[in-house]
Design a binder for this molecule. Structure first.
Ligand code: FAD
Length: 473
């Protein structure tokens, strides 16, 4: 009997899993599944303890789901990628594996690891799949065969390509011939720091993620264009963590959206949400085309000449949500407490770190990864480079968000700020956006810091620093 091995990575699901489906296609084969944890590597990349907890919970659910299909999950823990290549080789020999199936990961180290696996496995046939995107990297290129550098033309080409070739979802595998596994399962334990998360918001079961997706596509997607920028509301899907670890696939998102909102492809209801799925694709395609992004190099290399400030106190104030700018602080506290931050707030807080504090965007990128339950290299790097104006975005470096007016615009009555900054609850109405002004007028002492920088001055200093870097290029 031939043995097929499915190597799970960030694709922790049974439904619409291309590698798993391919491994199970031949009824006669014995199918094994494998997960290799690399905690030292995760620590080096500052994986958030909340994401580790989500992965641990998901792995246990996946193990049970696979067992019901008659597929055992083998679990190993090794320090790094080099050791995972060795482990894989050993498992293949011990289990007489003839074919290895896996879904590609697109980061540079992960691609190098996979290349090493393919080189060292000898007789074992390796089959990789583009499962983590709707259209595979390299499938959406300019007329001259290059990757788009700007989002909107990429999006238009992506939509055209999708009309030509709509990828289907594949079904979860059927129960294997020998039936469900009956022996008791040994719980999977990840030896990595973990932190509690809200399971109602970040489901660990596939059924929960699918239900959340369905519910959002039925209702939320219609109002998304109006509500997505308002952090006090539940206006976005909150599916990012499910997508980041692969509880859901992007194809499932697309097909559910089109089932509920058929006009989404033509710019009708749901199209703005589809846009976000395309942003996700854009950043994944970019890191494959420009692997230097995986080494945290800026897309615009001259921006490395910006004279970043080394200011640990300011960095700490930003991380802890003590900058004196309420919308920035409320956002940082939301992320620190829950592992998730609203997209508008990711843009505001990132802009504040880079453009008000003049701190290198890579420090922010790193800190976000250490906190986010949905931490995803491509989206995080893309988001940071967008906010820092070092990336592909067409908007130039002099786009600098004013943290006060951003708060006034997107959290007008301060509902979100009050939720996360209890020390400002007594500040009335719109005064919440500049509490220091209200406090000095009212003669009140607030248990909240004054702004750590003056925005107009910070803005001028940033413009000067960028101008100097631009001239020096
Ligand atoms: P929705 O608005 O419901 O969007 C649906 C899905 O589309 C998301 O779940 C996500 O997978 C994808 N998506 C949405 N916006 C973007 C975007 N701008 N770029 C790429 N994909 C997007 N997203 C992550 O998944 N992981 C990260 O580590 C991450 N870091 C970010 C850092 C910065 C500085 C910025 C500005 C954005 C970052 N994003 C990241 C993108 C975005 O903020 C989140 O995907 C979004 O807030 C998740 O909430 P949601 O699931 O409710 O999104």
């Amino acid at each position: 009997m031939t043995t097929h091995l499915v190597w799970f990575r960030r694709d922790l699901r049974l439904h619409d899993n291309l590698a798993l489906a391919a491994a199970c296609r031949s009824e006669g084969a014995r199918v094994l599944a494998l997960f290799i944890a690399t905690p030292a590597q995760w620590a080096a990349h500052e994986m958030a303890p909340r994401q580790a907890a989500l992965i641990a919970a998901r792995l246990n659910a996946l193990q049970a789901g696979l067992a019901e299909k008659g597929i055992p999950l083998l679990f190993y823990e090794v320090p790094d990628f080099a050791a995972s290549v060795e482990t894989l080789g050993r498992v293949c020999r011990e289990q007489a594996v003839s074919r290895l199936f896996y879904n590609y990961e697109y980061e540079l180290n992960e691609r190098r690891r996979d290349a090493a696996v393919e080189r060292t496995l000898g007789e074992v046939v390796c089959e990789g799949f583009d499962d983590g995107t709707i259209l595979p990297p390299g499938a959406v290129l300019t007329g001259s065969g290059k990757m788009y550098k700007v989002f909107t033309p990429f999006k238009n080409a992506w939509l055209r390509r999708l009309q030509e070739e709509m990828p289907d979802c594949v079904a979860a595998p059927a129960v294997r011939r020998g039936g469900a596994l009956t022996s008791a399962l040994t719980p999977v334990v990840l030896r990595y720091p973990q932190q509690d998360f809200d399971e109602a918001l970040f489901p660990t079961q596939e059924a929960g993620a699918i239900a959340r997706l369905r519910q959002f596509c039925q209702r939320g997607a219609q109002e998304y264009a109006q509500r997505r920028d308002l952090p006090a509301e539940e206006g976005t899907s909150r599916l990012s963590a499910s997508l980041a670890i692969g509880t859901l696939s992007p194809r499932q998102c697309l097909h559910r959206l089109l089932a509920e909102q058929p006009a989404a492809l033509e710019g009708g209801a749901g199209s703005v949400w589809l846009n976000e799925l395309i942003w996700r694709e854009f950043y994944r395609h970019l890191i494959v085309w420009y692997p230097a992004l995986c080494r945290h190099q800026p897309f615009l290399s001259w921006t490395d000449g910006v004279g970043w400030r080394d200011n640990p106190q300011h960095l700490r104030a930003w991380q802890e949500g003590n900058t004196g700018y309420p919308i920035v602080d409320a956002a940082m506290r939301q992320m620190n407490a829950t592992g998730w931050m609203h997209n508008r707030l990711r843009m505001i807080t990132a802009s504040f770190l880079v453009k008000d504090l003049l701190i290198d965007w890579r420090q922010g990128e790193r800190y976000f990864m250490s906190q986010l339950i949905d931490g995803d290299f491509a989206a995080n790097n893309g988001g940071w480079q967008w906010a820092a104006s070092t990336g592909t975005d067409a908007a130039p470096y002099f786009r600098i968000f004013n943290p006060t007016t951003q708060g006034e615009k997107f959290d007008r009555d301060g509902q979100f700020i009050r939720r996360w900054l209890p020390e400002l609850r007594e500040v009335p109405g719109k005064a919440i956006h500049q509490p220091w002004r209200w406090a000095s007028r009212a003669g009140v002492t607030l248990d909240y810091p004054p702004p750590i920088v003056d925005h107009p001055q910070a803005r001028a200093a940033t413009l000067a620093a960028w101008e100097a870097a631009r001239k020096g290029r």
